[in-house]
Design a protein around this ligand. Structure first.
Ligand code: HEC
Length: 125
């Protein structure tokens, strides 16, 4: 009646892993964001993105901003922001969900710039 665990679990584990891989693969595709719609501009953090971030994000996203939950995500410089770019979170919140900046007005053109920068691999310079 009870099948020995040693016989059933490797297959179950394998199926689970295959399932997770497919699921995560699909999820990742969903999070690629739209294609860049601005041509003729070379986007770089220092040249055209830092100004947007400073204007719209660091009132909350800076250590000591006093905005609980946002102060732990430091967007005051490229190095601190990079892990959130790597994780796809900036793309997700600013371009796809558009729930950041929280309660703030950001133009679609600014969102497009952030998207193009990320699609280009978010270069620093
Ligand atoms: C009014 C305050 C406020 C402003 C302005 C704001 N945020 Fe946020 N943000 C938050 C808070 C609070 C959280 C944590 C809760 C959450 O995830 O919603 C957060 C979380 C995030 C996260 C998730 C971090 C992670 O890696 O898990 C990202 C990405 C983000 N914000 C991006 C931005 C960007 C980019 C801007 C500017 C365009 C911005 N936010 C402006 C308050 C703000």
């Amino acid at each position: 009646m009870n099948r020995p665990l040693s016989k059933t679990s490797p297959l179950a584990v394998l199926l689970f892993l295959v399932g997770m891989t497919l699921w995560l693969g699909c999820k990742k595709d969903d999070k690629k964001g739209p294609e860049c719609n601005i041509s003729g501009v070379t986007f770089a953090y220092s040249a055209n993105i830092k100004g947007i971030i400073d204007r719209h994000c660091i009132s909350c996203h800076a250590p000591g901003s006093g905005v609980s939950g946002a102060d732990v995500f430091d967007f005051t410089n490229y190095e601190a922001m990079k892990p959130h770019l790597d994780a796809g979170h900036v793309l997700e919140r600013v371009v796809i969900k558009k729930d950041m900046p929280q309660g703030g007005a950001m133009t679609q053109a600014e969102r497009d710039s952030v998207n193009c920068w990320i699609q280009a691999g978010y270069p620093k310079n």
